[in-house]
Design a binder for this molecule. Structure first.
Ligand code: 0X9
Ligand code: ZN
Length: 409
């Protein structure tokens, strides 16, 4: 277990903040409601409510105590000790390589591109004859995790599905049918640089790690990172407003789309300097839009136990909303009767622009965003149960897309 206190906050025994590193003063001031120079638990909790819009609608979708604990690791600049039970980037890369070695006829590990820090964005293509047949004529489905660095649990369901498909192939007719007839792409770590930074430096980190350089006004900035789920954009100019709504100008933050998508480079929801500017976004769009056979995508995020479907940029219903709702409810039932997620339109959570869900849907790709777990980094004991239940929802989705394809046009 690693514990690296690089204190920018020191706490008293009562849990009050004793001193703050100069770099953290403005953050501390914004949390310190009565400006008495000390942070109380309730101030931290209120701060979390303000900065995280995923409210606890039904009393069971957020583990507030854990979220608070995880947030304190961030404040104290400590490593979250749960990290020891979550796989590193290298572990995930090795796991995919092992699956390819064990099932060479069924799986191929492919690099979709390289990140700013030089890591490969690994995918595992799963399909019969993966490395020797042209599998592109089959229905393509992509399962992704970890657009957002701190959402450690979101890496797991895609990995779990890969294992179940390949390990079940020889004995389960259902798994064999999927691997023989579909082309399933598993991308557990879309944002490996951010993931490693969140594991080792700041467990609350969300964005990727590419320095912004210049803001959209041409001013130099020392900000690091773009929110990858605000950086998606369509190559088709008719969908330009899905990246940047009409009336929003690059050089101003006052016209930003609520707080959920920002032109401010230091913001956690910074959309990037230009549409699809980031290598991770380009890698995913290259697969999802250019390969030509991709009909369905599930994007895993954390947290809040929700099955979210397009649209996210407007509260208008998406074409085919009935199917989105019906399949979402079936996925939810597969997750389990006892702990159902909430099935709803993405914009009901909060409206955004530049998210992968809307861009993909506009291109005819049927898709969901799954918000899994009750905090960003659930206790290690939860990894197994959550992965299993969410993997079942993934199987329902795979079957649906294999049977009925992408968005009807
Ligand atoms: O904000 C996001 O990107 C996702 N939530 S998270 O807390 N994991 O960051 C939700 C995206 C869902 N899509 C839209 N609301 N458009
Ligand atoms: Zn997320």
């Amino acid at each position: 277990m690693t514990s690296i206190p690089r204190s920018s906050y020191s706490f008293t025994e009562q849990g009050r903040v004793q001193s703050v590193h100069p770099d953290r003063l403005s953050e501390a001031a914004s949390i310190d409601a009565n400006q008495d120079g000390a942070l109380q638990e309730d101030e931290i909790a209120a701060y979390l409510e303000r900065t995280d819009s995923m409210h606890d609608h039904e009393g069971h979708t957020i583990d507030k105590e854990r979220v608070l604990t995880e947030f304190k690791f961030h404040l104290r600049k400590e490593v979250n000790p749960e990290v020891a039970g979550y796989p590193s980037y290298e572990d995930v890369a090795a796991d995919l390589a092992r699956l390819e070695r064990t099932y060479p006829y069924l799986a191929e590990r492919v690099s979709l591109g390289k990140t700013h820090e030089g890591r490969d964005i690994w995918a595992l293509k799963i399909s019969k004859g993966a490395r020797c047949e042209d599998t592109k004529s089959r229905t393509g489905i992509v399962l992704t995790g970890c657009h957002h660095a701190r959402e450690w649990m979101s890496v797991q369901p895609p990995l779990k599905v890969a294992h179940e498909l390949l390990e079940g192939y020889a004995t389960s007719p259902e798994m064999k049918r999927r691997v023989d007839n579909a082309e399933i792409w598993v991308v557990p770590l879309v944002n490996p640089d951010g993931y490693e930074y969140s594991r080792n430096e700041d467990n609350w980190w969300r964005k990727n790690r590419q320095p912004v350089g210049q803001d959209a006004c041409g001013e130099a900035t020392d900000a690091i990172g773009t929110d990858l789920n605000r950086n998606y954009a369509s190559p088709d100019p008719q969908h330009a407003a899905l990246y940047r709504p009409e009336g929003d100008t690059p050089c101003s933050t006052s016209d930003d789309f609520g707080w959920a998508t920002s032109d401010y480079p230091h913001s956690d929801t910074f959309r990037g300097r230009t549409p699809a500017s980031e290598p991770e976004t380009q890698a995913m769009l290259g697969l999802e839009l250019n390969r030509g056979n991709i009909k369905g995508v599930i994007d895993h995020h954390g947290y809040g136990e929700m099955v979210l479907y397009p649209w996210g940029h407007t509260d208008q219903p998406a074409p085919g909303q009935e199917r989105l709702n019906e399949v979402g409810n079936r996925m939810n039932r597969a997750i389990g009767e006892n702990e159902p997620f909430r099935v709803m339109q993405s914009s009901d959570l909060y409206p955004t622009s530049g998210t992968s869900d809307d861009i993909l849907y506009a291109h005819g790709i049927f898709n969901y965003t799954l918000e899994i777990g009750r905090s960003f980094q659930p206790p290690v004991s939860q990894i197994g149960p959550i992965s299993e239940s969410v993997a079942r929802a993934n199987m329902v989705f795979i079957d649906e897309v294999m049977a009925n394809g992408g968005v009807a046009r």
